[in-house]
Ligand binder design. Structure first.
Ligand code: G3P
Length: 391
């Protein structure tokens, strides 16, 4: 019998939830999803440093030599998200989800502008809109932005979705896909009830996705349902048959090494009985969300968490940019000094050629052979020049 992952893939689109490109390669997901926390985590992996550096250099070029470090880093955030997305698209045959800056979650126009910019970066690389989902937090403002973006052919994945009101508003807005966060719903219930175990069928995150799925299918909404944020494979097993499930590499691995028969739990062609259809305008949406403390708290907390991830990444990028540009300035300065002193152009400076003081020459001539090579100049001047570049 096939393992659980293969059985799942036969009834649900399996999506990899990670920014770790190598991890995606180990599985064969159709799509992949990223978010600010996942990009931040991937940015810590040494093998992706070159992607980060490339994005920083490109951003410097786009912003110009006189742009401030803050402006370059701000630009680089978009570049990095899209760079990871482009790399991921070399592996997955389907779509990648790239998230709009969470700090724009309550600003419809700014979200639209950012989404257009991100999709523009993909388009410049020859990647069509059909291969990208722009991820937007499921606030009222985010949902309105998605509604407009969908009308211009930019497909959206509405994330940080915890409550039924958010799901209904997304479906009514015609968004392509929603990501209800199963595990974070469970986290909230565990914390608020003190109960430390919920078997799969009783898991409140599973119950929430099941309700949304059956409602969408019953009333013919086209919005795809992609369960996300899983804490264990039981949650995934209980949602077999969902349109899509986005799963971390660790849980994909567990599914791949687990046997047993996987039963379909959700069926788009035969949805379980559901509630009466509702329609939500802004006041009704806000009222329903406010009446659901889990959804409102988790939405706010999720936005705060993604903002924090972005700010942390920004800080890291600021340091890296300084190192890159400080390093380039240092190489340039060392080169100039070397050229100036290598009077006969033989590739090394002798004590006679050196125009500076004996003490500096002695410090650069670390092997005391009376000759200083270009690398000695760069190495010897590294510390003071790097300090000057930082200061
Ligand atoms: O796709 C959503 C997911 O990445 C969030 O997962 O584990 O942070 O709740 P988690």
């Amino acid at each position: 019998m096939a393992n659980l992952l293969d059985q799942l893939a036969a009834m649900t689109v399996v999506v990899a939830d990670t920014g770790d490109i190598d991890a995606i390669r180990q599985f064969t997901p159709r799509d992949a999803t990223t978010n600010p926390s996942l990009i931040l985590a991937a940015a810590q992996i040494g093998t992706y440093q070159e992607l980060i550096d490339r994005s920083l250099r490109e951003s410097r070029e786009v912003m110009g030599a006189n742009a401030s470090a803050d402006a370059v880093v701000h630009e680089a955030l978009d570049e990095i998200c899209v760079t990871f997305g482009k790399e991921i698209l070399k592996i997955v045959p389907g779509r990648v989800s790239t998230e709009v800056d969470a700090r724009l979650s309550f600003d419809t126009d700014a979200t639209i502008a950012k989404a257009r910019k991100l999709i523009g970066l993909y388009n410049q690389a020859g990647i069509g809109n059909d291969r990208v989902l722009i991820k937007i937090a499921s606030t009222w403002e985010g949902i309105r932005a998605a509604e407009r973006l969908e009308k211009e052919g930019i497909h959206c994945n509405l994330t940080l979705l915890f409550g039924f009101a958010q799901a209904v508003a997304c479906a009514e807005a015609g968004v392509t896909l929603i990501s209800p966060f199963v595990g974070r719903i469970l986290d909230w219930y565990k914390k608020s009830t003190g109960r430390d175990h919920y078997p799969g069928p009783e898991d409140p995150g599973v119950i929430s996705v099941t309700q949304i799925f059956n409602y969408f299918k019953t009333y013919g909404y086209k919005t795809e349902v992609m369960g996300a944020s899983f804490r264990n494979i039981d949650e995934i097993i209980e949602l077999a048959g969902c349109d899509l499930l986005t799963i971390s590499p660790a849980l994909l691995d567990q599914l791949r090494s687990s046997d047993g028969e996987l039963e379909r739990r959700l069926n788009a062609f035969d949805p379980a009985p559901t509630q009466d259809q509702i329609h939500l305008d802004e006041p009704a949406f806000r009222q329903m969300l406010a009446a659901d403390p889990m959804a409102s708290e988790k939405l706010d907390e999720g936005i705060r968490g993604f903002c924090k991830a972005i700010e942390t990444l920004e800080e890291q990028l600021t340091h890296r940019l300084a190192a890159l540009e400080g390093g380039a300035a240092l190489t340039h300065a060392a080169h100039e000094i070397f050229q100036l002193n290598d009077l006969d152009g033989d590739g090394c400076i002798t004590r006679e050629e050196w125009l500076g003081s004996d003490a500096v020459f002695a410090a650069l001539d670390t092997d005391n052979d009376g000759r200083v090579a270009a690398d000695d100049v760069r190495g010897g001047l590294g510390a003071p020049l790097a300090m000057a570049a930082r200061g």
